[in-house]
Design a protein around this ligand. Structure first.
Ligand code: AGP
Length: 606
């Protein structure tokens, strides 16, 4: 998954391309590159690592050309070095690509037999040579049409041509792509966010479409190469600057912001004067929905799992959860009375988008829980529940996770009430408790010093485990994911009751184990499971909530007590020390917290 940008202007474009690439870095930061046309030649400059590296290159600073393309890469084929960085160019054509060409090996064989020479290990380079080959006999539009037909897999492409000083081609299948319109210049970009500093007039390409972007005109074509008309949309021109401020990392800021982002979410959905929840324009009758399927990836999947526990507790609906990359390839029994909910911070995750697309093609009811409201998943879903937590920059999701589970919790309460599964007085009490949540999160955020001192043990251990039951199980999974993605140490989340069926064999003297045991229905059982790991030598970090009852257990290594509230809301509070544990572990190791190795903020390939 990568980010692409293209600008056709009458002014030099390299500085603007670099600025836009910085905005696209959330899609990949292995390497970056730019190509412009000047004096009838394609100039290509690429570098390993961040866009900053590319920008520092003196050749980029003096780069000429009023038409160009740029790219940030997350490596799929070929290691993340400057040779495999995009753009890839022949003498005549230069290409940036987001996606994966699945038949690249076969195509390469064919092209090599025709005399084409390859420089990189990427799948993308076959596109360059295919276009070059097709241009020998076809004009631009038909060579593009022919090339796209030969490609299997997914792509968003930006293409410039040595002999076409006023033309960028954009094409899309699977990966998102937008066109932007400016005064005497037009743009191509992976998303509207990258284009926002230049324009708020956007057209999104649909699958199979391609476009020809000139300075003063944009033409769109369907996959048969037939011209089509597309709507120009006005997206919000508000371009909020989101800075780190005094924080060392965006992640630290995003963790600390959670009381505010939760408050914003609560204010958006709660109707204080009527003790109710406002969900406007819900397109279906609640009697037509008897089950829910939630789909997401990574942290968003953990939000789905969390929601399953709440929906099952609060409503009488059947609830299923699925990892998007599995859902999209299984033989699902689609049911008219099921509401399919797609959870995604970015709204661009390729697997989640494909799962949504599958549901739409089967005529299902689709709802998105997203942070980015202009994203592909939001645009394609019938109904959207935004999480209102503002830009999240840290690759490790924190405030978006709490934002997602907040909105899913609110939604479960609303459906519970509408279906008469939840009594009005219970509903009102739950709303009352919910309003207190931001304050409790703020207090829980104060537990800091203890976490900093215990990170050493987690960093030095071979691995660690995170255990929980019931509402705490999805949080255990999330805690383990945070630690591994930031600190690069092995960490596994498990249902505490499952340990004896195998994973207990991993426990050895000194192994750190986080046990989430809030004083809920599962407390006693979880404490027993905790004893089982302590007996085998584990160093247990117990995370529970404050209570007047003493903890009846011995040999606990460390205990952290979060604030107390009703059982439903404890998962929010339990998450906080786990986020901090991951943060401080990575900080101690000196790792790049906001951009961990091998990852990207938005995963736009499958
Ligand atoms: C979270 O810390 C991860 N970086 C990752 O699991 C993420 O949640 C996942 O890729 C899904 O992203 P999305 O919410 O943008 O769809």
């Amino acid at each position: 998954m990568c980010g692409i940008i293209g600008i056709n202007s009458n002014k030099p474009v390299s500085a603007t391309i670099i600025n836009s690439l910085k905005k696209l870095e959330y899609r990949g930061y292995d390497s970056a590159g730019i190509a412009t046309l000047s004096s009838g030649l394609i100039n290509e400059i690429k570098s390993e690592g961040r866009v900053d590296n590319l920008e520092k290159n003196s050749l980029v600073q003096n780069m000429e050309g009023t038409i160009g393309i740029g790219h940030v890469r997350w490596a799929t084929h070929g290691s993340p070095n400057s040779i495999n960085a995009h753009p890839h160019s022949s003498q005549n054509v230069s290409v940036v690509h987001n996606g994966i060409i699945e038949n690249s090996t076969l195509l390469k064989k064919f092209l090599v037999s025709k005399g084409h020479k390859f420089k990189s290990q990427t799948d993308t380079e076959v596109i360059v040579h295919l276009i070059t080959e097709n241009l020998k006999t076809e004009n631009i539009v038909s060579s593009i049409k022919k090339t796209l037909k030969s490609l299997h897999g997914s792509f968003a492409l930006g293409i410039i041509f040595k002999d076409q000083p006023d033309l960028i081609v954009g094409a899309r299948r699977g990966s998102p792509l937008a066109v932007g319109y400016g005064p005497n210049e037009n743009y191509l970009g992976s998303d509207s966010y990258a284009l926002k500093s230049m324009t708020n007039k956007i057209t999104y390409l649909n699958d199979g479409e391609f476009c020809v972007i000139k300075k003063d005109q944009v033409e769109f074509f369907n996959e048969e190469g037939i011209k089509i008309n597309k709507k120009v949309l006005e997206v919000s021109s508000e371009e909020k600057k989101y800075e780190k401020g005094d924080y060392k990392h965006f992640m630290a800021k995003e963790i600390e912001e959670q009381p505010t982002t939760l408050k914003n979410g609560i204010n958006e959905y709660l109707d204080n004067s009527n003790n109710n929840i406002n969900i406007y324009n819900f397109p279906w009758k609640t009697k037509d929905i008897s089950s829910i399927t939630l789909v997401g990836c990574g942290t968003a999947y953990h939000s789905c799992l969390m929601a399953k526990y709440w929906f099952e507790e609060i409503t009488t609906m059947d609830v299923n959860v699925d990892i998007a990359s599995e859902f999209r390839y299984r033989k699902n029994r689609f049911k008219k009375e099921t509401l399919y909910i797609f959870v995604s911070q970015s709204g661009e995750t390729a697997d989640t988008y494909a799962a949504l697309d599958l549901c739409k093609k089967n005529g299902m009811k689709t709802c998105a829980v997203v942070n980015v409201v202009e994203s592909s998943i939001a645009r394609e879903s019938e109904f959207v529940l935004p999480i209102h937590c503002g830009t999240e920059i840290g690759v490790a999701s924190t405030k978006a996770f709490l934002g997602q589970i907040l909105i899913l919790y609110i939604f479960s309460l609303k459906l519970g009430l509408l279906r008469n599964d939840l009594k009005k007085d219970v509903f009102i009490q739950k709303l009352k408790d919910l309003k207190e949540l931001p304050k409790l999160v703020k207090q829980t955020l104060l537990t800091d010093n203890k976490i900093q001192t215990i990170t050493k043990t987690f960093n030095e251990a071979k691995g660690s485990m995170f255990l929980g039951r019931g509402f705490s199980y999805p949080i255990a999974l999330e805690g383990a994911l945070k630690l591994k993605e930031l600190s690069y140490v092995h960490a596994e989340g498990y249902p505490a009751g499952e340990m004896k069926h195998g994973p207990l064999a991993l426990i050895e003297e000194g192994m750190p184990v986080v046990v989430l045991a809030p004083r809920d229905n599962h407390y006693k059982k979880t404490i027993s499971n905790m004893q089982e790991v302590i007996a085998r030598g584990a160093k247990v970090l117990l995370i529970t909530n404050k209570s007047k009852d003493e903890i009846v257990s011995e040999n606990i290594w460390e205990t952290i007590e979060v604030e107390s509230t009703n059982e439903d809301l404890l998962p929010f509070l339990l998450t906080i020390p786990l986020q901090k544990l991951a943060y401080y572990s990575a900080l101690k190791k000196g790792f790049d917290i906001d951009k961990p190795r091998n990852l990207a903020k938005s995963v736009t390939v499958e």
